[in-house]
Design a protein. Structure first.
Length: 116
C-alpha cells in the first residue's frame, strides 16, 4: 500500500529502516541521499494543493547507529545553526568535519525547510 503526503512541517525527521524481520538483522545499505537540497513534491497526493508541496529542505543533522541489533552506539552529525560548519559529536567529544557523511550508519536524518 502506498501513502501520499498532504502537507509537510517546516522541520522533518526521516528514520531509515535499519532493522529487518523478526531476527532484527541490521540493513547497512548506503543511505539513498547525498546531501543536495530535496523536495518531496513527487510523493504528494494529487488532490493536495498545500504550499509545502513546493518547499525545499536541507539536511541539518544526522543520528548514526554503529553496531548490530544486539548492541551498539549512537553518534551525531550536525550543522552549526550560526556558522553552518558541520560537527561530529560522540558522547563528550566533538570535532569539526568537512561536511555530512552519508553511509550505512545513518539512522535518522533531520531536514529543515529552506527559506530562500
Amino acid at each position: 500500500m502506498y501513502s501520499h503526503i498532504w502537507q509537510l512541517p517546516s522541520s522533518l525527521f526521516v528514520a531509515i529502516k535499519r532493522f529487518e524481520g523478526f531476527d532484527g538483522r541490521k540493513n547497512q545499505a548506503a543511505t539513498p541521499y547525498e546531501g543536495a537540497p530535496i523536495t518531496f513534491a513527487e510523493h504528494f497526493a494529487p488532490e493536495s494543493s498545500h504550499e509545502s508541496r513546493d518547499w525545499t529542505y536541507e539536511c541539518r543533522a544526522i543520528a548514526d547507529h554503529h553496531g548490530s541489533q544486539y548492541g551498539g552506539h549512537y553518534s551525531a552529525q550536525m550543522a552549526h545553526p550560526v556558522t553552518n560548519d558541520w560537527w561530529w559529536i560522540d558522547d563528550a567529544m566533538s570535532q569539526s568535519m568537512p561536511g555530512p557523511r552519508f553511509s550505512g550508519s545513518n539512522y535518522v536524518l533531520y531536514f529543515r525547510r529552506r527559506l530562500v
